[in-house]
Design a protein. Structure first.
Length: 368
């Protein structure tokens, strides 16, 4: 049963083994914050009726061929994560163990990302994955979701280089619920991982722990759009503590969601504006366009992404949408750009609102 579920123990019981760790004082064990069922699974003691009862739910979950319980002593435990301080003693993995063991780069950023941030996350993830890098992220809205999608679209049927989603909940829960289909797609074509016990809800204090796992699995962290007080900066801080590289994509000065990236660059993070910047740092071959439209651009996306624009839009409306894809704008900003007269701008924006292509909140226009 345990071998099938990938629950393996160091039978020698040497320093750093699970047996040694579980034999330490209660105070030392508390830093791992294990549930009772996890303690039962990891104790290595002969199974009593109480122990079997505590671990039954986890073992039953692991009976599925695509579900894995991976312990600190397992040959399947990611080596980079093992090198970090206080690594999780038990990982719940759904999907490919090969993906979990592959070369990973974390891409993180704002949940409330602008169109600029979402497009760059997709672009970076897609190109890096095509070059052989697995993308690790947190399944959140905004940047995370688009990074996962870019990697999935690049990987195709090759699950060994795809994407890893790290959860802040038990692996039997999907958060946010809107990402249920994305969760399933990642589980089918990559890997989903959590250190939290089954049934764990999405408590706010779980997510810094999740962020430490994201950086620990990866060789570096790329931050795309992050506010000054952002969970993405927590991930970047963990990366520095774990001796990982930190990369940051610059944003528009007028975009408050990008100020965290600028702060990281000031502190020494490497500024990147092209996937090849990271590939060079990782010692991998730079990507080149093999055919027209193959190498995506951060704003144009070649011909591979449908912008969803109606064919009957006027040239002025297309210019307005192009501007709004890079930043939100006040009406006065359009006037100052001398794109058209007051009346023409007002009519064009109103028509875009009616069509559901843009929205206006507090006088600021944004892509709907």
């Amino acid at each position: 049963m345990r071998q099938r579920c990938h629950v393996r123990f160091d039978t020698k019981g040497g320093q750093g083994s699970l047996k040694a760790l579980m034999a330490t004082t209660r105070e030392a064990q508390e830093q791992y914050d294990l549930s009772l069922s996890q303690q039962a699974l990891l104790s290595g003691e002969p199974a009593s009726a109480e122990t079997l009862s505590l671990g039954d739910k986890d073992l039953e979950w692991a009976l599925d061929s695509e579900h894995h319980l991976v312990t600190y002593d397992s040959i399947f435990y990611p080596e980079r994560l093992r090198e970090t301080d206080c690594p999780p003693l038990l990982l719940y993995v759904r999907g490919s163990l090969a993906t979990l063991a592959s070369l990973q780069l974390a891409i993180v950023g704002s949940r409330n990302a602008s169109d600029y941030g979402k497009r760059n996350a997709y672009w970076m993830a897609r190109e890096l994955c095509k070059a052989g890098v697995t993308i690790c992220s947190g399944l959140a809205l905004g940047v995370d979701a688009n990074a996962h999608l870019g990697a999935l679209d690049a990987a195709g049927s090759d699950a060994s280089v795809s994407t890893v989603a790290v959860l802040g909940t038990g692996i039997d829960r999907v958060y946010p619920a809107a990402h249920r289909a994305l969760f399933q797609r990642i589980a089918d074509n990559g890997a989903v991982v959590s250190e939290f016990p089954l049934g764990m809800r999405a408590y706010a204090y779980n997510f810094p722990r999740r962020n430490r796992l994201i950086s620990g699995l990866s060789v570096g962290v790329l931050v795309i759009e992050a506010a000054i007080k952002s969970g993405s900066l927590i991930t970047a801080r963990y990366a520095v503590e774990q001796n990982r590289e930190v990369y940051a994509l610059p944003s528009l000065l007028s975009n408050p969601q990008g100020r965290g990236c600028h702060e990281l660059i000031k502190q020494g993070a490497m500024l990147v504006d092209d996937p090849n910047d990271i590939l060079f740092e990782l010692g991998l071959k730079a990507r080149e366009a093999t055919e027209a439209g193959d190498m995506l651009s951060p704003t144009g996306f070649g011909n591979l992404i449908d912008t969803g624009e109606p064919n009957d839009l006027q040239p002025l409306q297309r210019k307005l949408l192009q501007r709004l894809r890079t930043e939100d704008c006040l009406f006065d900003s359009f006037l100052d750009a001398d794109l058209a007269s007051f009346g023409a701008l007002n009519h064009a924006l109103l028509d875009l609102e009616v069509r559901g292509l843009v929205s206006c909140r507090g006088g600021r226009y944004t892509i709907a």
